[in-house]
Ligand binder design. Structure first.
Ligand SMILES: [Ca+2]
Ligand SMILES: [Ca+2]
Ligand SMILES: [Ca+2]
Ligand SMILES: [Ca+2]
Length: 378
């Protein structure tokens, strides 16, 4: 899976960026100015995605401590010029890395085999305030050249607590992940990034940088795995049942027939607790679940967590009563348009890239705390 690709110029660029990111410099705000190509100026990390022709033998960049510069083009991802591939973006509160580094630069290849989609992995220095993110598809037109574009789409999110800091994939020892759900990205798909602007004559326009920061802003709940009482990988009303309803004797979050019969045997008539003229599992919930306050047999869950008030939402009442575990760790947190990598110690964002002929996509990350940049509404 690991291969080498050498491109000295970018090594030099990375060294300059590393100096720019030092704490003494970071304290001074850097003014960023919108330039004619749509990319702001100012300190930034750069990721390049290269589209490679069929038959390309993909090489993985390697960190070389004894080389000068020590990093050999470790900001480049290679993917097929035509096809799909997955890129894992990695950062988080316990990610300690000085510069953007691609640890697996081949997306869409397993070894040299282009038929297997093996994700590329790029690590981004942790910035609490996040980055402005801009992308631009580059390239010159050929004669009668066809329309070329690339699509970025967020596919999934993984978040983990860590015991100690990590600075490369080799350091990572994953335990139980946090559970993210009901999350939405502010911008779910970037849409298409064209090599030339859509409103220019084909082959004549210039590719403009595009603000894709919103692709990395996320709203939703993050749960500690302790809240997944029935261990099915999600945290929802079933966990309230598993956790608190005495009728759910095996704590799986479901009142099955045996549990219904067992409950009927000890419960005095009438059995229709929720008054719907039927006797079933819902009556067990209505009778034995303290969080079913209105005794309708349903642990209500409006699907919309509202930080200020959640009356009548029995699931959220359970959440508010379970804010921390015995070790004092927070059991859940709601985020609103949060820079995605601040939600946990280690976060993987899996992004699917569909390439239709783009040879060079440039993605720049401008740290918000050192970049003065006022985006305008698109
Ligand atoms: Ca569960
Ligand atoms: Ca059960
Ligand atoms: Ca009933
Ligand atoms: Ca209820």
């Amino acid at each position: 899976m690991k291969r080498i690709l050498i491109f000295t110029m970018f090594g030099v660029l990375l060294v300059i960026l590393a100096i720019g990111a030092s704490p003494s410099v970071a304290a001074k705000p850097q003014k960023a100015i919108e330039t004619s190509n749509g990319m702001p100026s100012g300190d930034h990390e750069t990721l390049l995605i290269h589209g490679k022709k069929e038959g390309y033998s993909c090489e993985v960049c390697e960190i070389c401590d004894t080389c000068d510069p020590p990093v050999l083009q470790c900001n480049v991802i290679n993917m097929p010029e035509y096809g799909m591939a997955t890129i894992k973006y990695v950062s988080g509160k316990k990610v300690k890395i000085d510069e953007l580094t691609v640890f697996d630069s081949c997306a869409g290849w397993e070894g040299n085999d282009p038929s297997v989609d093996d994700p590329a992995e790029v690590w981004l220095p942790y910035e609490q305030e996040g980055y402005w993110v801009f992308a631009r598809a580059l390239g010159k037109p050929g004669k009668g050249d066809e329309e070329r574009y690339i699509i970025l789409e967020n596919e999934s999110l993984e978040a983990y607590p860590l015991l100690s800091d990590v600075s490369s994939p080799n350091d990572v020892i994953l335990g139980l992940g946090m559970i993210t759900q009901q999350g939405v990205f502010k911008m779910d798909a970037s849409g298409e990034l064209y090599r030339f602007d859509g409103d220019s004559d084909k082959g004549k326009g210039k590719s403009q940088g595009r603000d894709i920061t919103d692709m990395l802003l996320w709203s939703g709940l993050v749960f500690h795995p302790d809240l997944d009482v029935n261990v099915d990988g999600v945290v929802n009303e079933s966990d309230v049942i598993a956790d608190t309803c005495t009728g759910d004797t095996n704590h799986d979050g479901i009142i099955d027939n045996d549990e219904l019969i067992a409950w009927s045997g000890v419960h005095p008539d009438p059995d229709d607790i929720n008054g719907d003229s039927a006797v079933n599992y819902m009556d067990v919930i209505a009778d034995t679940c303290p969080y079913d306050l209105n005794q309708d047999g349903i642990i209500s869950y409006d699907g919309n967590y509202d930080e200020s008030t959640f009356p009548d939402c029995e699931f959220e009442n359970w959440l508010s009563d379970n804010a921390v575990n015995t070790a004092g760790d927070p059991l859940w947190q709601y985020y609103n348009e949060e820079w995605i990598f601040t939600i946990a110690d280690l976060v993987y964002l899996n992004q699917v890239v569909t390439n239709e002929g783009i040879k060079n996509l440039q993605i720049r990350f401008y740290p918000k705390d050192t970049t003065v940049f006022i985006p305008f509404e698109q």
